[in-house]
Design a protein around this ligand. Sequence first.
Ligand code: UD1
Ligand code: CA
Length: 441
Amino acid sequence: MVAARPRKAHFTHRDRVSAQNAKAVILAAGKGVRMKSERAKVLHEILGAPLVAHVLKAVRDAGVADVLVVVGCQAGEVRAVAGPEAAFVEQEEQKGTGHALLCCGKVLAGFAGDLLVLAGDAPLVRPETLRAMLESHRRAGADATILSAVVESPAGYGRVVRDAEGRFLRIVEDADAAPQERSIREINSGAYVFRTPRVLGALREVRPENAQREYYLPDVLKAMKTIEVVRTDDPAEALGVNTRRELAATAAALRRRILDRHMDAGVSIVDPGTTYIEDGVEIAPDAVIHPFTVIRRGVRIGPGCHVGPFSHLRGETVLEERAEIGNFVEVKKSRVGARSKAKHLAYLGDATLGADVNIGAGTITANYDGAKKHPTVIEDGASTGSNTVLVAPVRLGKGAKTGAGAVVPRGEVKAGTLVVGVPARPLARKSAPARAGRGKT
Ligand code: UD1
Ligand code: CA
């Protein structure tokens, strides 16, 4: 495609200029009948974020700050997800994608720049592709630029019809396509750049004369002279979500894209098929992620760490270098120091672990008292015996130890001390008669 190589979040002067003269509209008013859901389609989530939030992020990452979201079904919820930086237009009745854009007519009147129009249900479009579209559009002085992709199963999508020389002719919707058109595998992704006054003018001429009785946005192309087609080499970018199956397929494609990015950066992912890493996770080179592992947004993992199999790392967790988290261990909002280990059956929440700590199998930080969350601090070299419960707020000093089954009450265990029992107390020295006679009559 025309797109340049993916660039980091670094904008050249030219990018900035092209993004500055552009606004974006995200169409997100539809209910999504084919989802068979109470919830509006764009609110359904993949990898921990609603579909529309992924689209919004791609637009922002492309450098376009001025974003208008067309809302209708569950407008309040969609507004909340899009956040205060977006502007909104209501489409009270969903009469089609063309009608949705027409609803922005008043707000966009007088704007002569380029308009990026995106579907709120196609979450995998990449910022670098949006920038490439804007650039191609400008270079060609086009009226419209569309993003197409060649896919294996084009059913359901609008098809890109070309003439014998391969020149763009029109887009035909699946429902309106003739049998030979249905076999076309080049599809309309639903992402466009338009010259704003041109598209607003053309929309007024669109009529709902088609199989679905809707105002089709692609019909504006009939009135346009110069039309550019940017064809992406990553068909996942064009995936739209209309059904639950497509929701799962899109999630799988996004998941794979994120895993590839980590692997390219030097992270070992032993089994990509069973590893789930959300966007916004930092993993240093030479970390190893074992199968059946879930890592949520906001986690940071240092070099040489081992995570999994069967681990769950949640937001604001930091693993310092060579830390190890193993089977059935959940870590939430915790810092695990260098070389520290929690290898089996544990919960660490709101905890700060120093270096070289060993967490025994079954250790639980009881961080929640039913009303508030409390912190746990485990200093360097401390270790917990199997099935220890640490009732927070609690601190284990340097080198402190707990015995198997200890329930450590709120407070502090002094450095170097071994505590045992329920509630845990320092282990009496052998010579002391402390517990003698207990249990006898
Ligand atoms: C649309 C395109 C099709 C393209 C496909 C890509 C049209 C007519 N067809 O079809 O060519 O291949 O996307 O995924 O545009 N929406 C509104 N208001 C409406 C109708 C839709 O805001 O009145 C929003 C929806 O919430 C959705 C987006 O527009 O986010 C696309 O609508 P959808 O009905 O899913 O279009 P497709 O049938 O998939
Ligand atoms: Ca769709």
